[in-house]
Design a protein around this ligand. Structure first.
Ligand code: 0O2
Length: 276
């Protein structure tokens, strides 16, 4: 039998997982920076264990030649959302990307698996660049809510324990739990707008505070220290009032002050004849 070089085989998959996780984190960051509600709560990724690949090949009668085409989840990304509605938003973000091509979508949300499993799967083609050149590989992106993930994690462990021979009473309990998850997601969806409002305003405040403190720190370097200390005291006074409108006004005023100082510093630099 030909020698299988597993480490070599898995290199592009490891790279793909790292890159994809980083790209979805970046998407989260961009939402945050733009004060936008992010449909992605958590992102994780893993390369399937060799044991799990072998088990799948055996179970599905996959030959060595078909391995990379038929085991589509060697590279696996999991995206967890807060709400059921966020799943489609994330799927659409993926469909619109130019750096991955969607090959297949499996909707186990509308069509729940017999086990009670619910999740949205997308199989994508993704290009990786290694020493050996460019390789297009497949990866599976699983998108599900926090509640669906809770159920799937517990059920996965039990499946592993019983290896396809889950006792009937346990399967029944899991099926009941899956119904509760369905209900829980529906309940949470009914308060989604309120939760989104609350999170947006929390995010907005957090960005405002970071911006203000950044401005104060910059001012400290090129203006009168005593005045900056006064501005800082004023910020903490307003911060304690928890009044977002006052904080926004202070942010706008500070921007104008900072701009004035910047212009002053620039004209002084030019007066001294310094160049960039
Ligand atoms: P891992 O890496 O341990 O998670 P399948 O026949 O279900 O194994 P198929 O048809 O290639 O696989 O694709 P499918 O159905 O989209 O399933 C791929 C992955 O979805 C599985 O990977 C699981 O992670 C998850 N999954 C599918 N069905 C279930 C289920 O009933 N319960 C749970 N908990 N997860 C499920 P693997 O192969 O299990 O590997």
């Amino acid at each position: 039998m030909e020698i299988r070089l597993w480490r070599e085989l898995l290199v592009p998959y490891e790279l793909a997982v790292k890159e994809l996780v980083m790209k979805f984190h970046q998407l989260k960051k961009e939402h945050k920076e733009k004060d936008l509600y992010c449909p992605i709560e958590e992102v994780s990724g893993r390369v399937k264990s060799i044991n799990s690949i072998l088990e799948k090949m055996q179970r599905k009668q996959i030959s060595w030649d078909e391995l990379e085409e038929k085991v589509e989840d060697i590279a696996g990304i999991r995206i967890i959302c807060q709400f059921y509605e966020d799943i489609e938003v994330v799927a659409e973000l993926i469909r619109r990307r130019r750096d991955m091509r969607v090959l297949e979508e499996k909707d186990y949300i509308t069509h729940m698996k017999a086990s009670g499993y619910r999740s949205y799967h997308m199989i994508i083609a993704y290009n990786t660049e290694t020493l050996e050149g460019c390789r297009e590989i497949r990866a599976e992106i699983q998108i599900r809510t926090l509640a669906m993930n809770f159920w799937a994690t517990i059920e996965h462990s039990l499946q592993y324990k019983y290896r396809g021979n889950m006792p009937k009473h346990l399967a029944e309990r899991l099926s009941n739990a899956a119904d509760s998850i369905l209900q829980l997601d529906a309940e949470m969806s009914s308060v989604r707008n309120e939760v989104m409002d609350a999170q947006n305003s929390m995010l907005h405040q957090s960005n405002l505070v970071a911006d203000i403190l950044n401005n104060i720190e910059n001012l400290y370097h090129y203006s009168n220290k005593r005045e900056v200390a006064k501005i800082q005291d004023e910020f903490y006074r307003i911060y304690e009032t928890k009044d977002l409108e006052q904080l926004e006004r202070f942010h706008r005023e500070l921007d104008i002050i900072a701009e004035g100082y910047r212009a002053q510093a620039l004209s002084q630099d030019m007066g001294n004849g310094s160049s960039i």
